[in-house]
Design a protein around this ligand. Structure first.
Ligand code: 13P
Ligand code: SF4
Length: 302
């Protein structure tokens, strides 16, 4: 890591009164320089509580939008504007409007991995950690539309016993993790516990010992009665896990689970974005307010 780049970033951070956020999947150099590392909603909530004027979100586009939704008076910058999330882009607002018109009385629960426009059309937001809790809070007689992740949706259905109308979105990175990868790692590390993200396909979550959000994985590794873990999620997660538990061993289910969008951010792009405070994220105020309502409803449940 170039010390020069690091020093310039720190100087600009002070100059702009900025806070740097890094999602758990970011490259280690970016995680190391961030003020906070975590999951997307947790980071956005933490940043909203700071008195920073500027949020630099090292993550993908929907995450920076979520930060803007919760901090309308702060400037929100993303180091690479091309860092999108294919799963979030698998449902567009007009497609959700069309689906809702077919189920006019249904309650829409949307995963936080979605655009601000889609959140604005939803009744509740949820995260990979609180999906079951949010769905359970919807009155029994109500039909539920769950978007955009079919695998998180089917996992929530299993946890809650609630039928839902699922959108057929998915995360292409988690989709690459297969049960045979887990079995191969199990052969090498027979005492390891398997922790999988609910974005994985059911054949993977079915054989996992724990199914957790990225933040939940750090806690699970602390509480489990083993020191070895096979991690079925994006490989960037290995870094925060090893940092939090230096005495434990973590093995990726497969190195194929590498999200190219998350990896678009680099230390250099972080510096450039801080030099001119661009690219900046904006969310139209009417959409922002509606999206915030969906997030607030989730928070009031959880
Ligand atoms: P969480 O950090 O909310 O578990 O999300 C995982 C993910 O895939 C984000 O892109
Ligand atoms: Fe989107 Fe999957 Fe990448 Fe997360 S890991 S940003 S859900 S494509």
């Amino acid at each position: 890591m170039s010390q020069d780049v690091v020093e310039k970033i720190l100087r600009l951070k002070a100059q702009h009164n900025a806070v740097i956020l890094a999602h758990n999947y970011q490259i280690p150099e970016v995680q190391d320089i961030a003020d906070f590392v975590g999951d997307s909603l947790g980071l956005s909530q933490t940043a909203a509580e700071t008195d920073a004027d500027v949020i630099i979100f090292c993550g993908v586009h929907f995450m920076a939008e979520t930060a803007k939704i919760l901090s309308p008076n702060k400037r929100v910058i993303i180091p690479d504007k091309n860092a999108g999330c294919p799963m979030a882009n698998m449902i567009m607002a007009r497609q959700l409007v069309n689906l809702k018109s077919k189920h006019p009385d249904a309650v829409v629960v949307c995963y936080v991995n979605s655009t601000a426009e889609v959140k604005a059309l939803s009744d509740y937001c949820c995260t990979s950690a609180n999906g079951p809790q949010v769905v359970q809070a919807v009155p029994e007689e109500k039909e539920i539309i769950f978007i955009p992740d079919q695998y998180l949706g089917s996992w929530v259905m299993k946890q809650t016993g609630r039928e839902m109308i699922l959108w057929d979105g998915y995360c292409p990175t988690h989709h690459r993790i297969l049960p045979e990868h887990i079995m191969q790692q199990k052969q090498k590390h027979p005492n390891a516990a398997v922790i999988a993200h609910p974005e994985c396909i059911p054949a993977v979550t079915d054989i996992a010992d724990f199914v957790m959000s990225t933040s939940g994985m750090i806690k699970a590794a602390e509480e489990a009665d083993t020191d070895e873990f096979i991690i079925a999620t994006e490989i960037g997660m290995l870094n925060p896990l090893k940092k939090a538990h230096p005495d434990k061993s973590f093995y990726p289910a497969t190195e194929l689970a590498d999200c190219p969008n998350m990896k678009l951010n680099s230390l250099e792009k972080l510096l450039w974005s801080m030099e001119d405070l661009q690219p900046e994220i904006s969310v139209p105020e009417d959409i922002r307010q509606k999206a915030q309502t969906a997030i607030d409803r989730m928070i009031s449940i959880t």
